[in-house]
Write a protein that binds this ligand. Structure first.
Ligand code: SF4
Ligand code: ZN
Length: 727
C-alpha cells in the first residue's frame, strides 16, 4: 500500500476512534451498560463484529471490549515518510474502522438521529438480506456498488446509477460530499429509491458503509456457511463470490480512506473520480485496490473491469434502459401515459407453441391502435399473443414460458406489469412514451428475451399485440379455454400418477448438502419450482440442476420413502443425508437450504405445528422469529421437527402426511392465512372439517404456545385429540 494511503487510512481510523469512544462514553453514562443495542430484526447482532470476531454485541456494556479489539488492530499513525512494503497496517486500520462505526451506527438507533429517516433506510433486516442475498447467489444480481459522496450534478449521478442498474448491480449509497449525496441528487430528479429498484440509500454519513459491508458479512454466514468469528471464511466468501466494489465521488477524506481500507479486506476495490494515490499491485484483491481519477462516463465500466465482473446482457431493442433493476419500479397514475387491463379493460397474455413453418421469427404486429393513436391517460384492451416454435418445444412448456412474460416486460425502464394470464395489468409511463416507446416494443422485448433465455427450446418467436376490443374479447375466450385445460391437467396430477420425481440442487451453491426432491404434490421449498418446471428445466438443460429421479423400491408408502430416492439424495448431498421421507417433518425430513417461503415448526404443548412465512417479522409460538428460525433450520441441514416449504405445499394432500397432515396446523400469521384462504378452505372441506380454518390461531390470538392453547381448546382444535406427535 502506498505510504500516503497507509497514513491516510490510519489517520482516519484514529479520528473515528476518538469520535466513537466519546459517543460510547456518553451513551454509557446516559443509558447504562444494560441498554440493549443492535440493528432491527436480525440474528447476526452487529454483523461485521460478529462475523469477524464471533462477539455478540447485545448491550452497550458489550461495546468497550470491542473498542479494545479495535485499538489492538489500530496501528500508530506512521511517521510522515515511513515506507512499508505491505498492506497489513492499513488493512487492520480499515477493519478497526468498521468495528467502531458499527458501534456508532448501533448507538444511533438508541440515541438518534435514527438512521431510518426520510429517504434513509439504515440497516437491512434479515428478511431483506435473505431475499436479496439469494440474488447474489443465483446470479440475478452479481453484487453491489458501495457508492460514496455526490456527483458534480444530478444528471451525472443519474447516469452513473442507471449504468450500474443496467449491469444488474445493487447500488448502496453512503456519505456526503459538498453538502449533498447521490441519493439526494436522485431523489431530486424523481428517481425511485429503495430495495425494489436496487438503489438503497443507507445513510448520509460515511459510517453507514457498515450497512453494506455488514450485509456482505451476513451473506457469508447465511449462504456461505461461514461460522461467526471465522473471519478468513467470511472475507474469502466475499472476495470469491460477491462482486462488489466502492466508487467514490468527491474528495476522499481520511475517514473515507479508512473505510476503503475496510472494504479492501473483503477484496472490494475502490474506484475514485478524484486524483488520489493509487494502489495498483495485486495482493488481497486479485486486481488493483484503488484506482483514481476516472472520468464519470467511464467509472462504471472501469470498476467492472477492475473487479473482473462479467455481465451478460441481452440487447433488448427498446429506446430505454433494460435490466432486472427496473423490475421493482412502480408507475403512479400521474406518471402514466396509458394502461391496459387492471379493472379498466380486458388484458391477457398467452404463449402457444406452433409448428416451425407456422412461426415467422421476429415478426411483431400491432392489431388495433398504437400508442400514437391514443390520448394521454387512456386505457386500452390488450392481448399479448406469443407464438413460439422449436425442435424441442413441448406443449407443457407453454405455461412456463408464459409465466416469464411478467418478469421480462417489467425489466424495461418506465414500463410496469402485474399479474399473468387474464389478470394482466400494465402501464406505460410518460417518460417511456417521450423516449419513443411503442406498444410494439412489448413484442420486441419478448422476442429478444425468449430467444436469449430459452435457447434450448425456443428457435422462433412471433408476437402479436391486439388492442382492438372485439379481437381481444374473441381471443380471450380461446386463451381461457387453454388456461382451463392446463389447470385440469396439473390438478389431476398426484405423486402416485408419475414414476419420476425431479431433483433440484440449484441451492447447493450456498447450501452444499441441500437437495430438493420435487414431486407433483410437493414443490420446491422456494416455491419457484414445481414438478412441471423441473421437468421442463431438465429438457432445457439435461446436465443442469434438475435431474429425473426414478421412484423405485418403496420403503414406506405413508412417509414417502423410496430406495432410489435415498440413494440419489445420499450421492448428491455429499453423502451426508442417508434417508429422506418426503411426507414427514419429524423423521428424516428433507434438507432446508435458505430460500424457503415458509418454515413449519413442531409445537410440543399444542401437539401440532405452526407455519411462519418469510414476510412475517414478529415473534412466533416456537419462541423464534422467522429470521432466527431460518438461521437454525437453513444451510442444507436436516432438522427433525422443522422444515422449510413452499407455500403451495400447505394445501397439498401430502403435506406432512405421516405426521398427521394439515389438521396439525395450529398457528399461522394472519396475512398468510388470508393469502391462502381458498386453498386452505378447500383442503379443510376435503378433510371433512369445513370450519377448520377458523380454528387455526394467528398472532392476534397469541405468539406463545401458552397463549394459544386456551383458544385451541375452546375451538376443539383436532390436533389436541390426535395421537402424540412425538412418538
Ligand atoms: Fe431448487 Fe429447492 Fe433451491 Fe428452489 S429451494 S431453487 S427447488 S434447490
Ligand atoms: Zn434454496
Amino acid at each position: 500500500m502506498s505510504k500516503i494511503i497507509l497514513s491516510a487510512a490510519i489517520r482516519g481510523a484514529h479520528q473515528i476512534h476518538d469520535r466513537v469512544q466519546k459517543r460510547l462514553d456518553e451513551a454509557l453514562e446516559k443509558y447504562g451498560e444494560k441498554q440493549e443495542i443492535g440493528f432491527p430484526n436480525t440474528a447476526y447482532y452487529l454483523p461485521i463484529i460478529y462475523g469477524m470476531t464471533g462477539e455478540k454485541v447485545e448491550r452497550l456494556g458489550d461495546c468497550p471490549k470491542i473498542m479494545r479489539i479495535a485499538e489492538d488492530l489500530l496501528p500508530p499513525v506512521p511517521a510522515e515518510n515511513l515506507w512499508t512494503p505491505y498492506l497489513g497496517p492499513g488493512l487492520d486500520a480499515g477493519m478497526a474502522t468498521l468495528f467502531m462505526e458499527e458501534i456508532e451506527e448501533a448507538i444511533k438507533y438508541v440515541d438518534g438521529p435514527n438512521p431510518v429517516d426520510g429517504i434513509w433506510l439504515g440497516a437491512a433486516d434479515d428478511v431483506i438480506m435473505r431475499e436479496r442475498g439469494v440474488e447474489f447467489v443465483d446470479g440475478t444480481a452479481p453484487g453491489f456498488c458501495a457508492l460514496l459522496g455526490s456527483a458534480p450534478d444530478g444528471e451525472t449521478a443519474e447516469n452513473i446509477v442507471k449504468e450500474l442498474q443496467q449491469k444488474n448491480l445493487y447500488i448502496w449509497t453512503s456519505a456526503n460530499y459538498n453538502g449533498t449525496t447521490v441519493a439526494e441528487q436522485l431523489a431530486a430528479r424523481d428517481v425511485q429509491l429503495g430495495w425494489e429498484t436496487r438503489i438503497v440509500p443507507y445513510g448520509r454519513e460515511v459510517s453507514s458503509v457498515v450497512y453494506s459491508l455488514g450485509f456482505a458479512a451476513r451473506a457469508a454466514m447465511s449462504f456461505g456457511g461461514a461460522e461467526p468469528g471465522n473471519y478468513r471464511r467470511v472475507l474469502l466468501y466475499n472476495k470469491n463470490r460477491i462482486f462488489a466494489f466502492v466508487i467514490t465521488l468527491g474528495t476522499v477524506t481520511d475517514e473515507w480512506y479508512a473505510n476503503a481500507a475496510g472494504a479492501i479486506n473483503y477484496g472490494f476495490p475502490t474506484i475514485a473520480d478524484t486524483d488520489i494515490p493509487e494502489i495498483l499491485p495485486t495482493g488481497v484483491c486479485t486486481y488493483e485496490h484503488v484506482v483514481s481519477n476516472i472520468p464519470h462516463d467511464q467509472i462504471v465500466q472501469r470498476a467492472i473491469e477492475v473487479r473482473g465482473l462479467k455481465v451478460q446482457i441481452t440487447e433488448v431493442p427498446i429506446p430505454m434502459a433494460y435490466g432486472p433493476a427496473f423490475e421493482g419500479e412502480r408507475i403512479r397514475k400521474e406518471d402514466m401515459y396509458c394502461q391496459f387491463g387492471g379493472n379498466y379493460t380486458d388484458a391477457f397474455e398467452f404463449v402457444e407453441m406452433k409448428e416451425m413453418n407456422e412461426v415467422e421469427d421476429g415478426k411483431i404486429e400491432v392489431v388495433g391502435p398504437e400508442i400514437d393513436d391514443i390520448e394521454e391517460g387512456a386505457a386500452l384492451p390488450l392481448g399479448i399473443v406469443v407464438h413460439v416454435a422449436g425442435r424441442k418445444m413441448q406443449e407443457d412448456f407453454e405455461s412456463i414460458l408464459e409465466r416469464q412474460v411478467h418478469h421480462f416486460i417489467n425489466g424495461a425502464e418506465g414500463i410496469w406489469h402485474m399479474g399473468q394470464r387474464d389478470i394482466v395489468w400494465t402501464r406505460i409511463s410518460k417518460k417511456a412514451k417521450e423516449k419513443g416507446f411503442k406498444i410494439r416494443h412489448y413484442g420486441e422485448i419478448l422476442h429478444a428475451k425468449f430467444l436469449a433465455e430459452f435457447p434450448a427450446i425456443v428457435d422462433k418467436v412471433q408476437v402479436t399485440l391486439y388492442t382492438e376490443e372485439a379481437k381481444v374479447k374473441e381471443l380471450l375466450e380461446i386463451a381461457r379455454a387453454k388456461y382451463h385445460y392446463r389447470d385440469e391437467k396439473t390438478a389431476g396430477m398426484t405423486d402416485e400418477s408419475v414414476d419420476i420425481f425431479y431433483s433440484c440442487t440449484l441451492c447447493q451453491s450456498f447450501a452444499p448438502t441441500h437437495v430438493c426432491v420435487v414431486s407433483p404434490e410437493r414443490l420446491g421449498l422456494c416455491g419457484a419450482y414445481n414438478w412441471l418446471d423441473c421437468r421442463a428445466a431438465f429438457e432445457i438443460d439435461p446436465t443442469g440442476p434438475n435431474q429425473p429421479v426414478e421412484k423405485r423400491g418403496v420403503i414406506d408408502e405413508l412417509k414417502g420413502q423410496w430406495e432410489s430416492i435415498n440413494e440419489f439424495v445420499y450421492q448428491n448431498s455429499g453423502q451426508s443425508v442417508e434417508r429422506v421421507n418426503m411426507y414427514s417433518m419429524m423423521e428424516d425430513p428433507m434438507t432446508s437450504c435458505g430460500c424457503f417461503e415458509c418454515i413449519v415448526a413442531f409445537l410440543p404443548i399444542c401437539n401440532g405445528v405452526m407455519i411462519v412465512n418469510r414476510e412475517f417479522t414478529g415473534e412466533t409460538p416456537c419462541g423464534m422469529t422467522f429470521s432466527t428460525l431460518a438461521g437454525t433450520v437453513g444451510g442444507g441441514n436436516v432438522t427433525p421437527g422443522f422444515i422449510g416449504i413452499g407455500k403451495v405445499y400447505i394445501g397439498s394432500k401430502k403435506f406432512i402426511r405421516a405426521d398427521g397432515g394439515f389438521l396439525r396446523v395450529v398457528w399461522m400469521p394472519k396475512e398468510l392465512k388470508e393469502l391462502l384462504k381458498e386453498q386452505l378452505q378447500k383442503r379443510a372441506e376435503e378433510l371433512g372439517v369445513p370450519d377448520f380454518v377458523d380454528k387455526i390461531a394467528t398472532e392476534e390470538v397469541g405468539t406463545t404456545e401458552d397463549e394459544i392453547l386456551p383458544f385451541l381448546t375452546e375451538k376443539e382444535h383436532p390436533a389436541l385429540s390426535m395421537e402424540p406427535m412425538l412418538a
